[in-house]
Design a protein around this ligand. Structure first.
Ligand code: ADP
Length: 541
């Protein structure tokens, strides 16, 4: 027997429609690239988003077409999101921190038709314009007054949408229609696209707004420092309109002073970013003897929270820390570290110990850890194995079938993380089986570094691993096995990488060992290398 309830497709445009009707005057405050602070609200953002839809339709964009953005967090960026998603186009957020050639590769792979970007990225876009095979239209987040000269024939965003019709229908498609595309560097080969659906994004939003997750309401003021090109700013670009919370958009300035200024003047109550951002803020607060009287909660994820950051927020600044774990493939929130009821009144060390773990999955996310034979391990807080995840907002594969079938027969997705789970569902990451390095919340491909190092004639084998760094969480260490009878120097090796990888990917050190350990399938055994270098201290640390 079927239920007799309405068919109300879960499409993301409904989140902004709700904001416009219920919280029209709640604000979106942006620090533009120029430094100027501009204020708008959900009603105006809604109107502009509709005009973006009209402009896109006039460009010939329709259902399923990819619309790319290369943008900082801003109200205009939000408008282009909803304008694209509302008409069933696929919003492709590109990470500007990738190498220009990678950006071109991703845009071509996605077959983006249009690119809307911040002035900051004009040099990158001009440098790759001849490599962009499918993008025909360029729009720059600017008005007539600050539109830069360019060789792209680009239009200024404000002019592009000005005077366009707001009479566009949104959400005229099934809820499983593709909605957003975000590439992840993954472990091997080229980046792969995670293709969110309207339904998965709406469900993720509903789940993450709840009290044991992000826990926000219409009276909150949310500062997403985490970029909108990182898996929907951890969903905040959807959950803030969903709740009616004010949004404070930091634009390009994420240093301690700039973030503090916004936290203070806008009386921000909730903020979110990777650990590196918080190190800069904490240093600034201490240097200037400042406090955080308005801030209630800081969500920290992307990599593990160092204990000093956790204790600084909780004890010194009296701000509740929510440690979050997730992946682009999990939309991205997988676990959140709000305290479970039985630990609310525990002593500080127990509470901090709990918060250093990655947290508990909200309803909608299933987790388990398995051994090498695929057998589930006990939930005892000790047994560590591969972390698998399943749920309505978890990727079932990658765009265009890249990477093949990624689910096991019971639809579990392998995260590439190694973890344990306790009897209350608290998950703790203990290692990573995938080979990427995460520096300041951004991936560095160990494979690229290794391949270029291997091209050096005096190198027999090369492995790059992430090792602890107090500011960046991880930095690359390059481990070299020299070719027989050769003894290259650190300087030789680093010089051979120059110009081939982004400067910030350059390994902080090179170490030489007799033999790089290999695993069963002949692949470099990174776990063994990480174990070997676990007490190693980088010269830059
Ligand atoms: P994001 O864009 O949210 O950083 P990615 O897909 O780039 O997501 O990276 C996901 C990976 O980052 C995870 O599989 C895990 O290895 C690592 N990670 C994310 N959050 C945490 C955390 N809180 N603690 C430890 N590792 C984390």
């Amino acid at each position: 027997m079927q239920g007799i309830m309405q068919d109300w497709p879960l499409t993301v445009n409904k989140l902004l429609e709700h904001a416009k009707l219920i919280n029209p005057t709640r604000e979106i405050i942006t620090r533009r690239v120029s430094g100027k602070i501009v204020r708008t609200n959900y009603a105006a953002v809604y109107d502009h988003s509709k005009q973006v839809s009209s402009a896109l339709i006039d460009e010939g964009i329709g259902l399923g077409d990819r619309v790319a953005t290369l943008g900082w967090n801003s109200a205009r960026h939000m408008e282009s999101w909803y304008g694209a998603m509302g008409i069933g186009a696929v919003l492709h957020t590109i990470n500007p921190r990738l190498l220009p050639d990678q950006i071109a590769w991703i845009a071509n792979h996605a077959e983006d038709k249009i690119l809307i970007f911040d002035i900051t990225f004009l040099p990158i876009v001009e440098a790759i314009k001849d490599k962009l095979e499918t993008i025909k239209t360029f729009v720059i987040y600017a008005g007539a007054e600050d539109m830069p000269e360019n060789s792209l024939g680009a239009v200024a965003y404000d002019i592009w949408i000005d005077g366009r019709s707001r009479d566009v229908r949104w959400g005229d498609f099934p809820e499983d229609t593709a909605c957003g595309l975000c590439y992840t560097s993954g472990t091997t080969g080229n980046p792969k696209g995670v293709l969110y659906s309207h339904r998965s994004n709406v469900l993720h939003t509903l789940v993450t707004m709840s009290k044991d997750a992000m826990g926000m309401g219409a009276d909150d003021v949310v500062l997403p420092v985490v970029p909108m090109f990182h898996a929907n700013a951890w969903g905040l670009a959807l959950s803030c309109p969903g709740t009616g919370a004010n949004m404070v958009m930091p634009g390009a300035q994420m240093d301690g002073a700039s973030i503090y200024e916004l936290l203070d003047t806008e009386k921000v109550t909730i903020t979110a970013a990777v650990p590196t951002v918080w190190l800069l803020l904490l240093a600034y607060l201490r240097e200037n003897g400042l406090k955080l009287p308005h801030l209630k909660k800081v969500i920290i994820g992307g990599s593990a929270i160092p204990e000093n950051i956790l204790r600084a927020f909780e004890v010194e600044f009296e701000v509740d820390v929510v440690h979050a774990w997730g992946m682009t493939e999990t939309s991205p929130l997988g676990t959140l570290g709000t305290l479970p009821p039985h630990l609310m009144d525990a002593d500080i060390d127990l509470r901090m110990g709990q918060k250093l773990k990655q947290g508990r999955p909200p309803f909608g996310v299933e987790l388990k850890v398995v051994n090498e034979a695929g057998e589930e391990l006990p939930r005892d807080g000790k047994s560590a194995g591969t972390l698998l995840v399943r749920g309505a907002a978890i990727a079932a594969g990658y765009f265009k079938g890249d990477g093949g079938n990624v689910l096991d027969e019971d639809s579990w997705f392998d995260t590439g993380d190694v973890a344990n789970i306790d009897e209350f569902g608290t998950m703790q990451i203990t290692d990573r089986s995938k080979d990427v390095i995460k520096s300041g919340g951004e991936w560095i491909s160990s494979i690229d570094i290794e391949n270029f190092a291997l091209a050096h004639p005096q190198v027999a084998n090369a492995a790059a691993i992430g090792v602890y760094h107090p500011k960046w969480d991880e930095r690359p260490l390059l481990i070299i096995q020299s070719a027989q009878g050769e003894s290259p120097t650190k300087e030789d090796i680093l010089a051979s990488l120059e110009g081939k990888i982004a400067k910030w990917w350059t390994p902080d050190d090179v170490q030489f060992i007799d033999e790089i350990p290999l695993g069963a399938t002949g692949k470099i055994n990174k776990l063994a290398l990480r174990e070997h270098f676990k007490d190693y201290k980088l010269p830059t640390a």
